[in-house]
Write a protein that binds this ligand. Structure first.
Ligand SMILES: NC(=O)c1ccc[n+]([C@@H]2O[C@H](COP(=O)([O-])OP(=O)(O)OC[C@H]3O[C@@H](n4cnc5c(N)ncnc54)[C@H](O)[C@@H]3O)[C@@H](O)[C@H]2O)c1
Length: 298
């Protein structure tokens, strides 16, 4: 997708972090916006900020776990702006701790937002975009799904999140191949950020009341929370940088968007381990002090 002016972008998780920056960048490129987010106060603030900049914005409270809420975003886009060109299935939540200590509710929440949310977005928006393409011979579209480095690596004490983000990589790569098979004028990219300062380390703020924590967090869950908070808040690449990289990738029709290429050494090691059929390499080989600190907290 090369031409953004006057086109329509839909962004889930549009109130904060990457979603807010995608919205600001899309507006700067002349796009009309449809924002969905489960956090109403943040959505109101971001919408007001964008309108203050002159943006045309439709904003809806939307829980991406619910297909009807995602359908409502699509309906709003068609009603307000008559087409959809660019979709960011971006809403997501973080969760850490030893894999077997996650409760059924923990799994349901994280998989509901991070996986079902993206599934609903792909299932609802792709046919709609194909319809838009039929009506417009010059149509160009693109779908960006937000995964993570946790979609291509399996760091310890992040198992639930790792599983959810691996699903997003598989889903998006499958989407890419299916779109190419039918020669659709729609591209697909998967965004895999490493640690970037946003609200992701405070995801529990939006945990739904029907899926409460089973009790007090375990030692491993507190350790993971503390390590992730530190890593996220000290990240040197900004959410704005990530939005710039993402729009450049969309314009170049690039599938993989990695915000921290230095972290790809771990991916290369993993691929070598698979091909050689050796056991997964020690993730702390270069930083044993991190493993020691983590063990001390468990
Ligand atoms: N920041 C990082 O370091 C990092 C790294 C890798 C991947 N990611 C991914 O980036 C994406 C965006 O997160 P962010 O870092 O901008 O964090 P963020 O918390 O600032 O933004 C996430 C947004 O999603 C919204 N949200 C949460 N649950 C929702 C739901 N059920 N329905 C709709 N909206 C919901 C939140 O209200 C928030 O506005 C997520 O998918 C996250 O997993 C972030």
């Amino acid at each position: 997708m090369k031409n953004f002016q006057g086109k329509v972008a839909v962004i889930t998780g549009g109130a904060s972090g990457f979603g807010r920056e995608f919205a600001l960048k899309a507006h700067a490129l002349g796009m009309k916006l449809v924002l969905g987010d489960v956090q109403q106060d943040a959505l109101d603030a971001t919408t007001a900020e964008l309108r203050g900049l002159g943006a045309q914005v439709a904003a809806l409270r939307c829980d991406v776990r619910q297909s009807a809420d995602v359908q409502a975003l699509a309906d709003a886009a068609m009603r307000e702006f008559g087409a959809v060109h660019l979709v960011f299935n971006n809403a997501g939540v973080g969760f850490g701790g030893l894999l077997w200590e996650a409760s059924e509710a923990d799994w349901d929440w994280v998989m509901g937002v991070n996986v079902s949310g993206v599934v609903h977005g792909v299932r609802i928006f792709t046919p709609l975009m194909l319809e838009c393409a039929k009506r417009d011979p010059a149509y160009e579209g693109h779908i960006v799904n937000t995964s993570s480095m946790a979609g291509v690596l399996c760091p310890p004490v992040m198992g639930v999140y790792n599983v959810s983000k691996h699903a997003v990589v598989a889903l998006t790569e499958s989407l890419y191949h299916d779109l190419a098979l039918v020669q659709a004028p729609i591209g697909a990219s998967v965004l895999c950020p490493f640690f970037v300062p946003t609200g992701i380390h405070q995801s529990h703020r939006n945990r739904p009341q029907d899926m409460p924590m089973a009790g007090r967090p375990t030692a491993s869950q507190m350790a993971a929370q503390s390590m992730v908070s530190k890593a996220v808040t000290s990240g040197k690449v900004s959410a704005q940088d990530v939005a710039e990289l993402t729009f450049a990738a969309i314009a170049e029709e690039r599938f993989y968007i990695f915000t921290h290429p230095q972290a790809l050494d771990g991916v290369a090691q993993r691929a070598r381990d698979m091909v050689a059929q050796t056991n997964p390499a020690d993730p702390y080989a270069a930083t044993p002090q991190v493993r020691d600190a983590l063990r001390a907290m468990l």
